[in-house]
Design a protein around this ligand. Structure first.
Ligand code: HEC
Length: 121
């Protein structure tokens, strides 16, 4: 094989490979869009189970944040960095739930998608 043939083969392989990965992307993009996340049906139980022990109607000393209603949780996402807090690394003292353990990724994704979907009630 001479250098021309090698170059041709290399270019050809690169070309084929990029076609393959393009069609994979098309497949991913054509997947049906998952259902919209809503507060009442998806988010409230997560907050109740992981946050309200401290962020109840009367929050524990050290925070004035209550997360007992749709309006309060929505406001915490918009103005108090709720999503940043749950995405921090394990061991970061600002991670919520405070003291850890970090919420499972699937649970964090639901809350992040809730924001992407427009914080529906
Ligand atoms: C063990 C008690 C405890 C739990 C459980 C807990 N938090 Fe907190 N949280 C606190 C305390 C205390 C603070 C205030 C100190 C700080 O800002 O880190 C706080 C602060 C916050 C803040 C920032 C408030 C502000 O005024 O800026 C957010 C947002 C928050 N928590 C969200 C959550 C969410 C969401 C959960 C559940 C996934 C959660 N917390 C679970 C104790 C807790």
């Amino acid at each position: 094989m001479n250098i021309k043939q090698i170059t041709f083969l290399t270019l050809n392989t690169t070309f084929l490979w990029s076609c393959t990965s393009d069609s994979t992307m098309d497949l991913v993009n054509s997947e049906p869009i998952a259902e919209q996340v809503g507060f009442a049906k998806d988010v409230k139980s997560i907050i109740d189970n992981n946050c309200v022990v401290c962020h109840g109607a009367t929050p524990i000393p050290g925070t004035n944040l209550s997360l007992t209603t749709y309006d309060k949780v929505r406001d915490a996402v918009l103005n108090r960095g709720l999503i940043n807090r749950i995405m921090l690394e394990e061991g970061n003292s600002s991670l919520m739930p405070q003291g850890g353990p970090k919420l499972p990724n699937a649970t964090i994704s639901i809350i992040a998608k809730w924001q992407e979907d427009g914080l529906q009630q």
